[in-house]
Design a binder for this molecule. Sequence first.
Ligand SMILES: Cc1cc2nc3c(=O)[nH]c(=O)nc-3n(C[C@H](O)[C@H](O)[C@H](O)COP(=O)(O)O)c2cc1C
Length: 357
Amino acid sequence: MPKIAHIELPEFPLLLAPMEDVSDPPFRAVCKDAGADLMYTEFISSEGLIRDARKSRQKLDIFSYERPIGIQLFGSEISSMEEATRVATTANPELIDINYGCPVKTVACKGAGAGILRDIDKMVRMTQAVVKATHLPVTVKTRLGWDEQTKNIVEVAERLQDIGIAALTIHGRTRQQMYKGEADWTLIAEVKNNPRMHIPIFGNGDIDSPQKALAYKNKYGVDGIMIGRASIGNPWIFREIKHFLKTGTVLAPPSISERITACKKHFHRSLEWKGEKLGVLEMRRHYSNYLKNLPDSKIFRSQLVLMDDIVAIEKLLDEALAFYSAMPDLESKVMHQMKMQQYQETEPPYETTFIDG
Ligand SMILES: Cc1cc2nc3c(=O)[nH]c(=O)nc-3n(C[C@H](O)[C@H](O)[C@H](O)COP(=O)(O)O)c2cc1C
């Protein structure tokens, strides 16, 4: 069983990726229910935390059912990262994670996120400062390198392990690639198979089905995988992968009752955590995910994204449940839609959101 310092994880753990504006406590609650073994907060700006920015501070909120959880920090100044680590430690997560993978211009071009891949000495110094600033285990999430010519992850992994990180997650792309092309896991496997390495190595990039999870587990030998985009609107991917790894059979997609229950839970947690106004507003972007591949779901979606009244929203979700529960052959209709969807998707979903964001 892999262990991150003293944190025990199940065999071949499935990690929920840190995702800005996605992996907040309401979303994490439904992913935990669906079987995520280790979760991370969205990335938090070290400068924001130090300045006591309300939004950054709020991202430190952790609930007991989410454990084990890591708080992810990013920044370009070593002293700020050090101080932010001390602040994040007081929130009492299981671990602190450093983001050295964000490719977004506003972050990377200031030397934070994946930007630090152009200055490995600084990356090592920053990591060392973070490790020293907390009693918690420190993990790192990064990419293969800055660009095609500088894929230095094997050296980076050794150097970071040497100064005390407790686990490493590698997204199989360079910064230059952003989210384009296919993630290349061969270098991730090289890190994992390096006899010098003894910390857990988690692979990340493009896992979107139980079959792919098993194939990559076998082919690349990583200690676990991290899932991002494929969990959006489909938190059940965690339990689907676990079931497939255990039995070799494909679990049926979530029932309509499970979908609506998860949607309502997400909604309630959003209201509790964000307040009613923002909770209602920000939930609007999730309805289409929960209703994805259901026939005629536009009828419900188009109303839900305009509604403000909490009771009326809940009533409409109940109506959707009744409508689909009474529909003959719903499961085969959903499967058909899923197949059609695969043919239509030429770009990975959410690509533009993050690059622009
Ligand atoms: C909307 C969105 C937000 C993201 N925000 C973060 C973030 O805050 N921190 C981070 O390390 N990576 C972030 N990422 C990258 C993911 O954690 C992950 O590395 C990437 O999506 C590849 O994994 P996937 O193919 O399973 O989605 C984000 C990705 C997306 C799509």
